[in-house]
Design a protein around this ligand. Structure first.
Ligand code: BT5
Length: 337
Protein backbone atom coordinates (compact mmCIF):
# COMPACT_ATOMS: atom_id res chain seq x y z
CA UNK A 1 0.00 0.00 0.00
CA UNK A 2 2.93 2.36 0.71
CA UNK A 3 3.97 2.12 -2.95
CA UNK A 4 0.51 3.22 -4.08
CA UNK A 5 0.31 6.08 -1.59
CA UNK A 6 3.73 7.23 -2.68
CA UNK A 7 2.69 7.14 -6.29
CA UNK A 8 -0.33 9.37 -5.58
CA UNK A 9 1.67 11.73 -3.39
CA UNK A 10 4.31 12.10 -6.08
CA UNK A 11 1.83 12.81 -8.84
CA UNK A 12 -0.40 15.09 -6.73
CA UNK A 13 -0.21 18.80 -7.33
CA UNK A 14 -0.22 19.96 -3.70
CA UNK A 15 -2.21 18.16 -0.99
CA UNK A 16 -4.18 15.01 -1.46
CA UNK A 17 -6.89 14.37 1.10
CA UNK A 18 -6.88 11.38 3.41
CA UNK A 19 -10.47 10.68 2.39
CA UNK A 20 -9.49 10.55 -1.27
CA UNK A 21 -6.66 8.11 -0.53
CA UNK A 22 -9.03 5.89 1.48
CA UNK A 23 -11.48 5.77 -1.40
CA UNK A 24 -8.89 5.08 -4.10
CA UNK A 25 -7.19 2.38 -2.07
CA UNK A 26 -10.32 0.97 -0.45
CA UNK A 27 -8.86 1.07 3.06
CA UNK A 28 -9.63 2.88 6.33
CA UNK A 29 -8.24 6.27 7.35
CA UNK A 30 -6.25 4.60 10.10
CA UNK A 31 -4.65 2.29 7.54
CA UNK A 32 -3.62 5.28 5.41
CA UNK A 33 -2.29 7.09 8.46
CA UNK A 34 -0.24 4.05 9.49
CA UNK A 35 1.18 3.63 5.99
CA UNK A 36 2.18 7.30 5.96
CA UNK A 37 3.97 6.66 9.26
CA UNK A 38 5.91 3.79 7.72
CA UNK A 39 6.91 5.96 4.76
CA UNK A 40 8.13 8.63 7.16
CA UNK A 41 10.23 5.99 8.90
CA UNK A 42 11.87 5.24 5.55
CA UNK A 43 12.86 8.90 5.28
CA UNK A 44 10.04 10.37 3.18
CA UNK A 45 9.00 13.77 4.46
CA UNK A 46 5.22 13.99 4.40
CA UNK A 47 3.36 17.02 5.55
CA UNK A 48 -0.09 16.36 7.11
CA UNK A 49 -2.52 19.24 7.49
CA UNK A 50 -6.01 18.99 8.93
CA UNK A 51 -8.76 19.38 6.34
CA UNK A 52 -6.25 19.40 3.48
CA UNK A 53 -4.51 16.05 3.65
CA UNK A 54 -1.02 14.87 2.86
CA UNK A 55 1.74 16.37 0.78
CA UNK A 56 5.18 14.98 -0.08
CA UNK A 57 7.84 17.53 0.86
CA UNK A 58 11.07 15.54 0.82
CA UNK A 59 12.47 12.30 -0.54
CA UNK A 60 14.91 10.06 1.29
CA UNK A 61 18.22 9.32 -0.36
CA UNK A 62 17.32 5.85 -1.59
CA UNK A 63 18.66 3.89 -4.54
CA UNK A 64 15.75 1.46 -4.91
CA UNK A 65 14.35 0.50 -8.30
CA UNK A 66 11.36 2.84 -7.81
CA UNK A 67 13.54 5.86 -7.05
CA UNK A 68 15.95 5.15 -9.89
CA UNK A 69 13.16 4.59 -12.41
CA UNK A 70 11.66 7.96 -11.45
CA UNK A 71 14.99 9.71 -11.89
CA UNK A 72 16.19 8.05 -15.12
CA UNK A 73 15.85 9.88 -18.40
CA UNK A 74 17.40 7.36 -20.77
CA UNK A 75 16.18 5.33 -23.69
CA UNK A 76 17.80 1.97 -22.82
CA UNK A 77 20.44 2.30 -20.11
CA UNK A 78 18.84 1.32 -16.82
CA UNK A 79 15.83 -0.45 -18.32
CA UNK A 80 14.98 -2.47 -16.35
CA UNK A 81 16.42 -1.81 -12.90
CA UNK A 82 16.98 -4.74 -10.57
CA UNK A 83 17.41 -3.74 -6.92
CA UNK A 84 18.07 -5.74 -3.78
CA UNK A 85 19.05 -4.29 -0.44
CA UNK A 86 22.11 -6.51 -0.12
CA UNK A 87 24.22 -8.35 -2.66
CA UNK A 88 27.60 -9.98 -2.53
CA UNK A 89 28.65 -8.10 -5.66
CA UNK A 90 26.48 -6.37 -8.24
CA UNK A 91 28.89 -7.59 -10.93
CA UNK A 92 28.30 -11.20 -9.90
CA UNK A 93 24.53 -10.73 -9.90
CA UNK A 94 24.64 -8.96 -13.25
CA UNK A 95 26.83 -11.67 -14.79
CA UNK A 96 24.46 -14.37 -13.57
CA UNK A 97 21.41 -12.46 -14.84
CA UNK A 98 23.09 -11.87 -18.20
CA UNK A 99 23.81 -15.58 -18.60
CA UNK A 100 20.16 -16.26 -17.79
CA UNK A 101 18.99 -13.93 -20.53
CA UNK A 102 18.72 -10.45 -18.98
CA UNK A 103 18.88 -7.88 -21.76
CA UNK A 104 21.14 -5.04 -22.86
CA UNK A 105 20.74 -2.06 -20.53
CA UNK A 106 19.66 -4.00 -17.43
CA UNK A 107 20.93 -2.19 -14.35
CA UNK A 108 21.70 -3.99 -11.09
CA UNK A 109 21.87 -1.87 -7.95
CA UNK A 110 22.28 -2.56 -4.27
CA UNK A 111 22.51 -0.64 -1.03
CA UNK A 112 25.45 -2.67 0.30
CA UNK A 113 27.86 -5.28 -1.04
CA UNK A 114 29.21 -7.98 1.22
CA UNK A 115 31.88 -9.03 -1.29
CA UNK A 116 32.45 -5.99 -3.53
CA UNK A 117 35.31 -6.65 -5.94
CA UNK A 118 38.03 -4.59 -7.53
CA UNK A 119 40.38 -5.80 -10.28
CA UNK A 120 42.85 -8.65 -9.89
CA UNK A 121 41.05 -10.15 -6.89
CA UNK A 122 41.21 -6.94 -4.86
CA UNK A 123 38.25 -6.02 -2.69
CA UNK A 124 36.00 -2.98 -2.87
CA UNK A 125 34.68 -1.44 0.33
CA UNK A 126 30.91 -1.00 -0.13
CA UNK A 127 29.18 0.03 3.09
CA UNK A 128 25.45 0.67 3.40
CA UNK A 129 23.74 3.94 2.72
CA UNK A 130 26.56 6.12 1.52
CA UNK A 131 27.69 4.93 -1.89
CA UNK A 132 26.58 3.84 -5.33
CA UNK A 133 27.23 0.19 -6.12
CA UNK A 134 25.82 -0.74 -9.50
CA UNK A 135 26.47 -2.78 -12.64
CA UNK A 136 25.05 -2.57 -16.12
CA UNK A 137 24.64 -5.44 -18.58
CA UNK A 138 25.64 -4.70 -22.17
CA UNK A 139 25.39 -6.93 -25.20
CA UNK A 140 27.53 -5.11 -27.73
CA UNK A 141 28.31 -6.54 -31.12
CA UNK A 142 32.07 -6.05 -30.84
CA UNK A 143 35.19 -8.18 -30.84
CA UNK A 144 36.13 -9.44 -27.35
CA UNK A 145 39.44 -7.56 -27.25
CA UNK A 146 37.51 -4.30 -27.45
CA UNK A 147 35.40 -4.86 -24.36
CA UNK A 148 37.93 -3.36 -21.97
CA UNK A 149 37.59 -0.04 -23.82
CA UNK A 150 34.12 0.24 -22.33
CA UNK A 151 35.73 0.94 -18.97
CA UNK A 152 36.99 4.20 -20.43
CA UNK A 153 33.58 5.02 -21.91
CA UNK A 154 32.04 4.53 -18.47
CA UNK A 155 34.75 6.66 -16.88
CA UNK A 156 33.78 9.58 -19.12
CA UNK A 157 30.14 9.26 -18.07
CA UNK A 158 30.98 9.09 -14.36
CA UNK A 159 33.32 12.06 -14.75
CA UNK A 160 30.47 14.13 -16.27
CA UNK A 161 28.09 13.31 -13.46
CA UNK A 162 30.59 13.97 -10.66
CA UNK A 163 32.31 17.03 -12.09
CA UNK A 164 29.10 19.08 -12.29
CA UNK A 165 28.71 18.51 -8.55
CA UNK A 166 32.24 18.64 -7.18
CA UNK A 167 35.30 20.49 -8.47
CA UNK A 168 38.71 18.89 -8.88
CA UNK A 169 37.62 15.66 -10.63
CA UNK A 170 39.90 13.78 -12.99
CA UNK A 171 40.31 10.36 -14.55
CA UNK A 172 43.19 8.13 -13.53
CA UNK A 173 43.82 5.64 -16.29
CA UNK A 174 42.18 3.34 -16.88
CA UNK A 175 39.41 2.92 -14.33
CA UNK A 176 39.44 5.45 -11.51
CA UNK A 177 37.80 8.80 -10.98
CA UNK A 178 39.71 10.91 -8.51
CA UNK A 179 38.91 14.11 -6.71
CA UNK A 180 42.18 15.85 -6.06
CA UNK A 181 44.52 12.91 -5.75
CA UNK A 182 42.13 10.52 -4.01
CA UNK A 183 40.01 7.74 -5.42
CA UNK A 184 36.28 8.35 -5.33
CA UNK A 185 35.17 5.86 -7.98
CA UNK A 186 36.41 2.57 -9.38
CA UNK A 187 35.14 0.73 -12.44
CA UNK A 188 35.32 -3.01 -13.06
CA UNK A 189 34.50 -4.34 -16.53
CA UNK A 190 34.05 -8.06 -17.01
CA UNK A 191 33.17 -9.96 -20.13
CA UNK A 192 31.79 -13.31 -21.08
CA UNK A 193 32.83 -14.30 -24.59
CA UNK A 194 33.37 -17.27 -26.81
CA UNK A 195 35.95 -17.37 -29.62
CA UNK A 196 35.39 -14.11 -31.44
CA UNK A 197 31.96 -13.19 -30.05
CA UNK A 198 31.00 -11.26 -26.94
CA UNK A 199 28.06 -12.70 -25.02
CA UNK A 200 27.85 -9.87 -22.60
CA UNK A 201 29.86 -7.20 -20.87
CA UNK A 202 29.19 -6.13 -17.30
CA UNK A 203 30.43 -2.75 -16.18
CA UNK A 204 30.47 -2.30 -12.40
CA UNK A 205 30.74 1.17 -10.94
CA UNK A 206 31.44 1.98 -7.31
CA UNK A 207 31.26 5.59 -6.09
CA UNK A 208 31.87 6.94 -2.60
CA UNK A 209 29.15 9.57 -2.38
CA UNK A 210 28.30 10.46 1.23
CA UNK A 211 30.97 8.34 2.92
CA UNK A 212 32.26 10.02 6.07
CA UNK A 213 35.20 7.78 6.87
CA UNK A 214 37.11 4.87 5.43
CA UNK A 215 38.73 1.76 6.85
CA UNK A 216 42.38 2.01 7.84
CA UNK A 217 43.74 0.22 4.76
CA UNK A 218 42.30 2.69 2.25
CA UNK A 219 41.95 5.90 4.23
CA UNK A 220 45.04 7.43 2.62
CA UNK A 221 43.94 6.78 -0.98
CA UNK A 222 40.14 7.04 -0.83
CA UNK A 223 37.79 9.98 -0.57
CA UNK A 224 34.12 10.73 -1.14
CA UNK A 225 32.12 13.48 -2.80
CA UNK A 226 30.91 14.47 0.67
CA UNK A 227 34.43 14.80 2.08
CA UNK A 228 35.56 16.76 -0.97
CA UNK A 229 32.60 19.15 -1.17
CA UNK A 230 31.54 19.34 2.48
CA UNK A 231 27.94 18.51 1.64
CA UNK A 232 25.76 15.52 0.92
CA UNK A 233 24.51 14.45 -2.49
CA UNK A 234 21.38 12.68 -3.61
CA UNK A 235 22.52 9.39 -5.15
CA UNK A 236 19.66 8.82 -7.62
CA UNK A 237 20.41 12.07 -9.42
CA UNK A 238 24.04 11.03 -9.84
CA UNK A 239 22.99 7.61 -11.17
CA UNK A 240 20.53 9.15 -13.64
CA UNK A 241 23.15 11.57 -14.98
CA UNK A 242 25.71 8.78 -15.41
CA UNK A 243 23.45 6.65 -17.60
CA UNK A 244 22.25 9.62 -19.62
CA UNK A 245 25.87 10.51 -20.42
CA UNK A 246 26.80 6.87 -20.92
CA UNK A 247 24.20 6.44 -23.67
CA UNK A 248 25.70 9.38 -25.52
CA UNK A 249 29.31 8.15 -25.24
CA UNK A 250 28.37 4.53 -25.93
CA UNK A 251 26.79 5.56 -29.21
CA UNK A 252 29.96 7.38 -30.25
CA UNK A 253 32.04 4.35 -29.20
CA UNK A 254 29.87 1.92 -31.18
CA UNK A 255 30.16 3.95 -34.38
CA UNK A 256 33.79 2.87 -34.69
CA UNK A 257 34.01 0.23 -31.92
CA UNK A 258 37.02 2.08 -30.59
CA UNK A 259 37.85 5.27 -28.74
CA UNK A 260 38.81 7.42 -31.72
CA UNK A 261 35.74 9.64 -31.21
CA UNK A 262 36.28 9.99 -27.46
CA UNK A 263 40.06 10.00 -27.15
CA UNK A 264 40.53 13.77 -27.07
CA UNK A 265 37.85 14.25 -24.44
CA UNK A 266 39.30 11.45 -22.32
CA UNK A 267 42.82 12.86 -22.59
CA UNK A 268 41.63 16.33 -21.54
CA UNK A 269 40.34 14.80 -18.33
CA UNK A 270 43.22 12.42 -17.77
CA UNK A 271 45.09 13.20 -14.59
CA UNK A 272 48.09 11.07 -15.64
CA UNK A 273 48.73 13.06 -18.80
CA UNK A 274 52.16 14.59 -18.80
CA UNK A 275 52.95 13.00 -15.45
CA UNK A 276 55.58 10.54 -14.44
CA UNK A 277 54.22 7.02 -14.10
CA UNK A 278 55.52 3.71 -12.97
CA UNK A 279 53.67 0.86 -14.61
CA UNK A 280 53.93 -2.53 -12.97
CA UNK A 281 53.22 -6.09 -13.93
CA UNK A 282 51.66 -5.14 -17.20
CA UNK A 283 51.44 -6.29 -20.73
CA UNK A 284 52.86 -4.10 -23.42
CA UNK A 285 50.55 -3.91 -26.41
CA UNK A 286 52.44 -5.64 -29.16
CA UNK A 287 50.07 -4.80 -31.95
CA UNK A 288 47.22 -2.45 -32.58
CA UNK A 289 44.49 -4.98 -31.89
CA UNK A 290 45.64 -7.84 -29.73
CA UNK A 291 46.95 -5.99 -26.73
CA UNK A 292 49.10 -8.96 -25.80
CA UNK A 293 52.80 -9.00 -25.22
CA UNK A 294 55.43 -9.57 -22.64
CA UNK A 295 55.06 -8.60 -19.02
CA UNK A 296 57.05 -5.56 -18.02
CA UNK A 297 57.56 -2.91 -15.45
CA UNK A 298 58.46 0.51 -16.77
CA UNK A 299 58.88 4.09 -15.73
CA UNK A 300 58.23 7.07 -17.92
CA UNK A 301 55.88 9.91 -18.75
CA UNK A 302 52.26 9.27 -19.72
CA UNK A 303 51.19 10.98 -22.93
CA UNK A 304 47.54 10.03 -23.15
CA UNK A 305 45.45 7.22 -24.59
CA UNK A 306 45.39 6.02 -28.18
CA UNK A 307 42.34 4.93 -30.18
CA UNK A 308 42.25 1.63 -28.33
CA UNK A 309 42.48 3.07 -24.87
CA UNK A 310 46.09 2.00 -24.38
CA UNK A 311 48.18 4.39 -22.35
CA UNK A 312 50.88 5.82 -24.57
CA UNK A 313 53.96 6.24 -22.43
CA UNK A 314 57.39 7.59 -23.19
CA UNK A 315 59.74 5.41 -21.22
CA UNK A 316 62.87 6.73 -19.55
CA UNK A 317 64.99 4.73 -21.96
CA UNK A 318 63.52 6.64 -24.87
CA UNK A 319 60.91 4.26 -26.25
CA UNK A 320 57.26 5.03 -26.86
CA UNK A 321 55.08 2.16 -25.76
CA UNK A 322 51.35 1.71 -25.51
CA UNK A 323 50.18 -0.14 -22.46
CA UNK A 324 47.12 -2.34 -22.66
CA UNK A 325 44.35 -1.31 -20.31
CA UNK A 326 43.53 -4.85 -19.28
CA UNK A 327 45.25 -5.65 -16.08
CA UNK A 328 47.54 -2.90 -15.09
CA UNK A 329 48.55 -0.98 -12.05
CA UNK A 330 49.75 2.55 -12.61
CA UNK A 331 51.31 4.52 -9.83
CA UNK A 332 52.83 7.95 -9.76
CA UNK A 333 56.13 8.50 -8.09
CA UNK A 334 54.65 10.29 -5.13
CA UNK A 335 51.59 8.48 -3.89
CA UNK A 336 48.55 7.43 -5.78
CA UNK A 337 48.65 9.63 -8.88
C1 BT5 B 1 38.45 -0.91 -8.90
O1 BT5 B 1 39.39 -1.89 -8.76
O2 BT5 B 1 38.64 0.26 -8.69
C2 BT5 B 1 37.09 -1.41 -9.35
C3 BT5 B 1 36.04 -1.21 -8.31
C4 BT5 B 1 34.68 -1.58 -8.82
C5 BT5 B 1 33.66 -1.57 -7.74
C6 BT5 B 1 32.27 -1.80 -8.29
S1 BT5 B 1 31.03 -1.57 -7.10
C7 BT5 B 1 29.85 -2.28 -8.12
C8 BT5 B 1 30.52 -3.45 -8.84
N1 BT5 B 1 30.42 -4.67 -8.07
C9 BT5 B 1 31.62 -5.10 -7.66
O3 BT5 B 1 31.82 -6.13 -6.98
N2 BT5 B 1 32.58 -4.25 -8.10
C10 BT5 B 1 32.03 -3.18 -8.89
P1 BT5 B 1 40.93 -1.63 -8.49
O4 BT5 B 1 41.46 -0.66 -9.48
O5 BT5 B 1 41.51 -2.99 -8.43
O6 BT5 B 1 40.98 -0.95 -7.08
C11 BT5 B 1 40.77 -1.68 -5.90
C12 BT5 B 1 41.52 -0.97 -4.79
O7 BT5 B 1 40.86 0.26 -4.47
C13 BT5 B 1 41.57 -1.76 -3.49
O8 BT5 B 1 42.64 -2.62 -3.46
C14 BT5 B 1 41.69 -0.63 -2.44
O9 BT5 B 1 43.02 -0.19 -2.34
C15 BT5 B 1 40.91 0.52 -3.07
N3 BT5 B 1 39.54 0.59 -2.57
C16 BT5 B 1 38.73 -0.40 -2.08
N4 BT5 B 1 37.53 0.08 -1.76
C17 BT5 B 1 37.55 1.40 -2.05
C18 BT5 B 1 36.59 2.44 -1.96
N5 BT5 B 1 35.34 2.26 -1.52
N6 BT5 B 1 36.99 3.69 -2.36
C19 BT5 B 1 38.23 3.93 -2.83
N7 BT5 B 1 39.17 2.98 -2.93
C20 BT5 B 1 38.84 1.73 -2.56
Amino acid sequence: MEDKILEYLKSADGYISGQQLCEILGVSRTAVWKAVGRLRNEGYEIDAVKNRGYRLTGLPDLVTDTEIKDALDTSWAGHPVFYKEEMESTNDTAKRMASEGAGHGTLVVTERQTGGRGRLGRSWDSPEGSGIWMSIILKPDIAPERASMLTLVAALAVYDSLSVRVSGCGIKWPNDILIGSRKVCGILTEMSAEFDAVHDVVIGIGINVNTEEFPEDIKDVASSMYLAAGKRFERCGIIADIWKAFEKYYEIFMQTADLSGLKDLYNERLINRGRRVRIRGVQEASGPVTGTGKALSVQGTAKGIDDRGNLVTETDDGRTISVFSGEVSVRGYLGYV
